[in-house]
Design a protein around this ligand. Structure first.
Ligand code: SAM
Length: 340
């Protein structure tokens, strides 16, 4: 078949069918295939027995995982994990298991009605009679546990780089605002033994925090505060907001930033760690990652990703001055503001 000049039929088909990889990976995680292959090569029949699956169908899933580069077959036909597939193991230091389950579960359901969110400008939840925000997670412990673990999965890969960017001179107390289970503040405190931290989140957001702080060996230097960032914040020198502002509309973002400004020491700083939308979007993998996240915020929370100019306007509205950008970490940018 002839393809129109400039068009890529095969690339478009790949884009149209991209959803299969999300679900193949989710199924592998639900069935614990990565953990079961971690100990060594396993035959499809043995794996079917261990997972309680229909063997021929499991074999088809395994073939799919091979095609995705997540599994391989040894000379005797037994299945193994590739290094990328190993990242789906729950016990891997860089595990993406929780994110894979979230992406193939709750997130997947919301995206199925993206057209309606685009029509209305409303998130999936608001269109179905609910409210935006994180309060509903207080009533769904299982969903909350998965969500906050998924946040740890994503934050783990950037927290070290963010932590290393901090110059501890002149800083004593770092406040991680909406820090969830505390992966970022844990790595900040582990990197800088002279710093003390405050982890502030809603009560249900903090449930996983003690384990994360303990694993990083920073429990004695980090105080947990259950509260809302729309109310007065604890005092500090450096306020971290990672993946928080993109959950909210401009008015709510300004409220959060004003709370930081009101609480911070005279020399205080606010660091925003977010994906930043290009002024003109291209087709690089970074453009795609930001665009995906932007639409994800639309369907999930009526939130959005922003350009650097839009962040500067939010800071200014909150009485803060955006400074030259500090750096970049795994697709996230480090924006930085100080008081006037
Ligand atoms: C997308 S998550 C980011 C979590 C963490 N900063 C990270 O990047 O891993 C947004 C966080 O904001 C928290 N949050 C939402 N509303 C809040 C509020 N009113 N006060 C404090 N935290 C809130 C959520 O519980 C969640 O931990």
């Amino acid at each position: 078949m002839e393809t129109a000049a400039g068009a890529s039929y095969a690339e478009l088909l790949d884009l149209i069918n991209a959803s299969w990889s999300t679900q193949a990976i989710r199924a592998a995680c639900v069935l614990r295939v990565p953990e079961r292959l971690a100990a060594g090569a396993v035959s499809a029949d043995a794996l079917a027995e261990a997972t309680g699956c229909h063997a021929p169908s499991l074999q088809r899933l395994l073939r799919g995982l091979i095609a995705l580069g997540l599994c391989a077959q040894d000379a005797s036909g037994r299945y193994t994990l590739t290094p990328s597939g190993a990242l789906l193991r729950e016990d891997h230091a860089q595990s993406l298991r929780a994110w894979a389950l979230l992406a193939g579960g709750t997130i997947w359901q919301r995206w199925a009605e993206l057209d309606q969110s685009v029509r209305s400008g409303l998130s999936h939840r608001r269109r179905h009679g609910g409210a935006d925000g994180f309060d509903d997670l207080a009533h769904s412990p299982e969903a909350a546990a998965l969500f906050y673990r998924a946040m740890v999965d994503i934050t783990r890969s950037v927290a070290g780089a963010v932590a290393r960017t901090i110059d501890p001179a002149g800083v004593q107390r770092v406040v991680d605002v909406g820090g969830g289970s505390g992966e970022l503040i844990a790595q900040v405190l582990a990197t800088h033994p002279t710093l003390h931290g405050v982890l502030l989140d809603l009560p249900h957001g903090l449930e996983g925090a003690p384990a994360v702080l303990e694993a990083a060996g920073v429990t004695p230097r980090c105080c947990l505060v259950a509260g809302s960032f729309f109310d007065a914040l604890p005092a500090g020198d450096l306020y971290l907001l990672k993946s928080v502002l993109h959950n909210w509309d401009d008015a709510r973002c300004v409220q959060i930033l004003r709370r930081c400004r009101a609480a911070m020491a005279p020399h205080g700083q606010v660091w925003v760690v977010e994906r930043v939308m290009a002024d003109r979007v291209g087709t690089t993998s970074q453009d795609r990652a930001v665009a995906r996240s932007d639409l994800n915020m639309l369907v999930a929370l009526s939130g959005r990703e922003r350009t650097a100019r839009e962040f500067a306007a939010l800071f200014a509205e909150a009485g803060l001055e955006m400074q030259p950008e500090i750096g970049e970490a795994g697709g996230f940018r480090l924006l930085h503001a100080v008081g006037p």
